[in-house]
Design a protein around this ligand. Structure first.
Ligand SMILES: [Fe+2]
Ligand SMILES: [Fe+2]
Length: 160
């Protein structure tokens, strides 16, 4: 199995994000399983921020290098991922809504649905989208994409 070390930047950065989010989904699962609403809220808040930031890295940092030359629009495999990003955000919102209403069983279902959808999204990106992107971009384009993603990554660093 390929690890992040096998990928060029900025894909390696995006894979590290995926790994971090996989860990957060586990934390969410434990918090839900232990019926700890405060913990669920905390993890969901963090996850929401990381997911949104990761989507910006992909959509603004990387995808603009993969426009369809004929239509001048984002290439179609990426368009699907962008609609999935919106769907993921809706899944997170659902976890928070059910939690705030104190509905435990729906919170559990929403958390499971989020995890399932997000893991499937990562799997698609890692198995087909990222290899397709790496094949399509020149080294120079990858370096430029890397600068964009690094810039976006810095924008969300906590102030010290
Ligand atoms: Fe994505
Ligand atoms: Fe991703």
């Amino acid at each position: 199995m390929k690890t992040e070390d096998d990928w060029p930047e900025p894909i390696a950065t995006l894979l590290r994000d995926h790994q971090m989010m996989r860990g957060m989904l586990k934390e969410l699962e434990y918090a839900v399983g232990g019926r700890r609403p405060d913990e669920v809220r905390k993890v969901a808040d963090r996850l929401e921020g990381v997911i949104a930031h990761h989507a910006v890295k992909e959509e603004r940092g990387l995808f603009p290098f993969l426009m369809d030359e004929e239509t001048a629009e984002v290439a179609s495999p990426l368009y699907l991922l962008m609609t999935e990003h919106q769907e993921i955000a809706r899944h997170v919102a659902r976890v928070r809504e059910t939690l705030e209403r104190g509905e435990w069983e729906p919170t559990r279902e929403a958390s499971e649905a989020l995890a399932e959808f997000l893991l499937h999204h990562f799997a698609t990106e890692e198995a087909s989208t990222f290899p397709w992107i790496v094949q399509r971009l020149t080294e120079e384009e990858l370096r430029a994409a890397c600068r964009h993603v690094e810039h976006i990554a810095r924008l969300a660093e906590p102030e010290t």
